[in-house]
Design a protein around this ligand. Structure first.
Ligand code: ATP
Ligand code: MG
Length: 651
């Protein structure tokens, strides 16, 4: 094997640059460029300074203890996450400020001020206590995106119980696996949830999931009501509203937690394999989340922050609950689907609440592109002053579309690279300081040291791809995998000792900007060249007919692997042989003959996780005619059957 064959080839070049406007820079929270050098020179001092934005019951006496792969941050410090997210605001001028603006899918809505939210959290904490929950116990939460979800999370935090939120779209089987792994004593769920006008039978799933587990009590929120047909098991199940009515109306005292006490565990999306239970601490996680809102999202007291992620994912934990609330923001929370009852629903919400900061995923942006710009054009989006993206590489064309059609060519975009494991955004521009380049996540945020290494652990040469790593510990890093520290060591610190391996490929350009090339597991090897999925997919999405693309490598006698591209076209486009030919040529023109897809398969849908990320490993299984791997986190199993059929027809 030649030396090059271990390197990822970088093919795409992108020269557009979007510096922050002078007006944006002037008002930004972080507008002194020296913050980068300061934080790099002494990261511990930087993080200790950021930690002062939280309220500590007892101050920490030491910033960091690093015994790789285990880090402890803010040693000796005591704090409570719910106190920081809610109660401390009740004591000051934010008392009657809107904390959560909630929009239900059927069109109902609720507003919670910080004071109201605090009372709800207290009552929920009393309920959990009544049900026997104590500090350190695990509570599994399986709810739709209703206010009770945020309230449950915060009530656990207030008691010092460890929450494990399971996305409401998961099946009974997936819920059960997560309950068993966490050994939860209490489950919080709802009678049912609304989705595109239909019902998700949450309670029925929960009944199936808890049988024979350690769950003793099930707390049930009435969301749909009688029509749900939910059945209650006496002695085990209790309705939220009925129990709440019996609770004292007194504050529930916030449990003083050690900075290193576990705040929550959360399972990853399962894009590359079986999900892992990621463990986060109280102090470090909160410092990371809170700092991120003030720096990357430039949060002000006047902002209305709308993150479209479900709280079932880490993005919802950090950017719907803990980040914005510890920073005293007004958060918009939406229960339903972006296309229910119409395709303008997000934009209607932006207009209704005057959203100023909007955060979503590339998969949503590509869907909006597919639907066409006429839809957002019907709404007043002028309140938006900053936009973000997370979850997958953002193809440059998706970036441009977002910039133009949602941001009015005016609002800066922060493309944020991070993971469930990292707790908050790691590589992302500070919008007042860093010029954006479409498709790049730009620079590590202050206090974070990232690098791209080759197989031997040396930094790769400029322009080449390699392993994306984090070289120093950071406050919101995962502490371990729940009950599997050995797997934690092996998966994240096994390749390069003392260095965190992210599992993504990346390259760094001449300006020090990072470009994520895709998952290491998805890298394609064509004639000795290792190609990331991102660049080939971006070249395809660059074609005006294409909405979304996923590429994989399939065994090929001569080349080692050949590229197969699965492509979704925009509405109204005819997907035929001529277009396939044109697309292959387009890839060749954009990035070179090396990346020419051997075959193009048009499909209406791509297989995605429930967190809406493309699952290329399943596409590989299809193309290679293998048994399909772990599909428990697949959003729509029907897609796989459909693709198998398409693939055969194409053969
Ligand atoms: P699993 O680890 O179980 O396979 P997952 O990696 O999809 O699932 P998450 O923690 O939800 O679980 O996702 C993190 C991953 O998402 C990153 O490792 C990266 O591949 C991708 N990602 C997130 N943000 C970005 C971004 N801005 N640009 C490129 N990729 C991103
Ligand atoms: Mg991952």
């Amino acid at each position: 094997m030649s030396a090059e064959s271990n390197q990822l080839d970088a093919l795409l070049s992108e020269s557009r640059v979007f510096p922050p406007s002078e007006a944006f820079r002037a008002q930004a929270n972080f507008n002194d460029p020296s913050v980068y050098e300061r934080a790099a020179a002494d990261p511990e001092a930087y993080w200790a300074e950021q930690a002062q934005h939280l309220t500590w019951f007892e101050p920490f006496t030491k910033v960091l203890e690093w015994d790789p792969p285990h880090a402890k941050w803010f040693i000796g410090g005591k704090l409570n996450a719910a106190y920081n997210a809610v109660d401390r605001h009740r004591e000051g001028p934010r008392k009657n400020k809107a904390a959560i603006l909630w929009e239900g899918e059927p069109g109902d809505s609720r507003v919670y001020t910080y004071d109201m939210l605090g009372r709800e959290v207290d009552r929920a904490a009393h309920m959990l206590h009544h049900l026997g929950v104590r500090k350190g116990d695990r509570v599994t939460i399986y709810l739709p995106m209703i206010p009770e979800l945020a309230i449950s999370v915060l009530a656990c935090a207030k008691i010092g119980a460890i929450h494990s939120v399971v996305f409401g779209g998961f099946s009974a089987k997936s819920l059960r696996e997560r309950i068993l792994d966490a050994d939860a004593r209490v489950l919080i769920t709802a009678d049912a949830g609304w989705r595109r006008g239909g019902q998700i039978p949450l309670k029925a799933n929960a009944d199936e999931a808890v049988a024979g587990t350690a769950v003793e009590k099930v707390l049930v929120v009435r969301r749909v009501g009688e029509a749900s047909g939910a059945k209650m098991t006496p002695g085990r199940d209790v309705y939220w509203d009925e129990l709440a009515a019996q609770m004292p109306k007194t504050p529930y005292p916030a449990e003083p937690m050690d900075a290193e006490d576990v705040l929550f565990l959360l399972y990853t999306s399962g894009t590359t394999g079986k999900p892992k239970g990621i463990v986060h601490s109280t102090g470090g996680y909160l410092v990371g989340a809170n700092t991120s809102l003030r720096s990357v999202f430039d949060l002000k007291d006047t902002d209305v922050f709308f993150c479209t992620a479900d709280i079932g994912w880490v993005t919802g934990h950090t950017y719907v609950v803990y980040g914005p609330l510890t920073a005293g923001a007004t958060v918009v929370m939406y229960e339903g689907a972006p296309d229910w009852p119409h395709r303008g629903r997000f934009w209607e919400i932006v207009e209704k609440y005057g959203v100023t900061i909007f955060y979503t995923a590339p998969t949503s942006i590509r869907t909006f592109m597919k639907w066409g710009p006429e839809i957002p054009a019907q709404y007043d989006l002028s309140s938006i002053r900053l936009m973000g993206s997370v979850g997958e590489p953002m193809n440059p064309e998706a970036w441009m579309w977002y910039h133009e059609h949602i941001g009015g060519g005016r609002a800066p975009i922060v493309d944020t690279w991070w993971q469930t494991e990292t707790g908050c955004a790691m590589i992302a521009p500070l919008p007042g300081l860093v010029a954006a380049k479409p498709g790049s996540v730009t620079r590590p945020v202050p206090g974070i040291s990232a690098a791209v290494l080759d197989e031997e652990g040396n930094p790769v040469e400029l322009g080449h791809g390699g392993y994306l790593v984090i070289t120093k510990p950071w406050p919101s890093m995962m502490r371990t995998i729940w009950r599997d520290d050995e797997r934690f060591r092996r998966s994240y610190f096994g390749k390069f000792p003392g260095v965190y391996l992210a599992g993504d490929g990346a390259r760094v350009d001449e300006d020090g900007y990072f470009w994520v090339l895709g998952r290491i597991d998805d890298v394609i090897n064509v004639s000795g060249h290792r190609i990331g999925t991102m660049e080939v997919e971006s070249a395809l999405v660059d074609h005006p007919a294409v909405a979304e693309a996923a590429v994989i490598g399939r065994s090929h006698e001569v080349k080692g692997q050949a590229i197969t591209a699965f492509v979704t076209v925009k509405e109204g486009v005819t997907a035929d042989e001529a277009l396939a030919k044109e697309l292959k040529q387009h890839v060749v023109d954009k990035i070179g003959a090396l990346a020419r897809p051997e075959e193009i398969i048009f499909t209406a849908e791509l297989p995605k996780t429930r967190s809406a990320k493309i699952m290329r490993r399943l596409l590989r299984d299809i193309a290679e005619g293998r048994v399909i791997g772990d599909t428990t986190t697949l959003a729509d199993p029907g897609v796989i059957e459909e693709l198998k059929k398409l693939y055969k027809e194409n053969d």
